[in-house]
Design a protein around this ligand. Structure first.
Ligand code: ADP
Ligand code: MG
Length: 271
């Protein structure tokens, strides 16, 4: 059993000679809904080029954090810096640097995939030929070109996730925020998304991902941060956290957020 109070002390070794530049810096980030504190004084730094798994049980505050960090929801308190720019001071400049696949995908249902990507490309003020090239390539990579006339409203859940990710990539973002991109997605679409994210990271894009699928987090992520009840419990490189805990990510996570209850004396009628 991991002692959470010990693990919460964990930080990266102070010995790193030149610290990697920081892609995302949160200071005292807080969001209240009435009296309820959904995100509570969050302090976090995400190194440039890292792939962070932002984990926590349902209701921990992950989506609320992503919404604040991407400018979709105002914080109650605290600061957000992306690539050394303050989101509140320079919202447009920051939005040019980031891509987001939000929790509720917010797509335009009456457009085709190509029309939607074209629309997003124009919002980013890309040149028309650039939009056309990138749209074709994104539809190809996402395996969405089979039904070019289909409207987004006709798309399956997995196709909606893929077109949302395509839209998040069209302007070449430096930092990508993904809220449960694998949720409800079949194995084929998940493979496409995983491969694409691996390629993005190889090219230096910083990725901030929430996912309940810990196998995917273990495979893709370099770093993790875990929150519970809106508070950061632990953050650091995945390898080091796992080595220190001496267990796999699932056991580590369940121990930390305390979700496991004894089954022995419950469901007495079963069996
Ligand atoms: N607009 C809102 N109004 C009131 N409460 C909210 C709102 N959005 C989120 N919450 C609450 O904040 C908490 C964190 O939600 P959320 O960030 O969606 O969690 P997660 O994504 O980690 O599952 C939950 O208890 C949720 O009910
Ligand atoms: Mg969520």
């Amino acid at each position: 059993m991991v002692n959470p109070s010990e693990v919460a002390q964990f930080t990266s070794p102070a010995s790193s000679v030149t610290p990697a530049p920081i892609a995302l810096r949160l200071r005292h980030l807080t969001r209240r809904f009435g009296d309820f504190v959904a995100v509570n004084n969050l302090n976090l730094e995400v190194r440039r080029g890292s792939f962070l798994g932002f984990l926590g049980p349902n209701g921990a505050g992950k989506s609320t954090t992503i919404k604040m960090v991407t400018g979709l929801l105002a914080p109650s308190q605290g600061q957000i810096e992306i690539l050394d720019r303050d989101l509140e001071a320079e919202p447009i400049a920051v939005k040019r640097l980031i891509g987001v696949v939000p929790e509720d995908l917010n797509l335009f249902d009456r457009l085709t995939g190509a029309e939607y990507l074209t629309f997003v490309g124009r919002m980013h003020e890309l040149e028309r030929h650039v939009i056309a090239e990138r749209t074709a390539e994104l539809l190809h990579v996402m395996e969405l070109e089979e039904k070019p006339k289909a409207l987004i409203i006709e798309y399956s859940h997995g196709m909606r996730k893929k077109i949302s990710l395509a839209a998040a990539l069209i302007h070449n973002p430096q930092v990508l925020f993904l809220d449960e991109p694998f949720e409800g997605v079949d194995a084929v679409a998940a493979r496409v998304i995983k491969n694409l994210l691996e390629r993005m990271r190889e090219r230096g894009v910083t990725i901030f991902l929430t996912s309940h699928i810990l196998e995917i987090v273990e495979r893709l992520c370099t770093d993790i941060a875990i929150i519970n009840h809106g508070r950061l419990i632990v953050s650091g490189p995945l390898d080091e956290l796992r080595a220190q805990a001496g267990t796999n990510l699932e056991d580590y996570f369940v121990n930390l957020v305390g979700g496991e209850r004894p089954l022995a004396d419950t469901l007495s009628w079963i069996g």
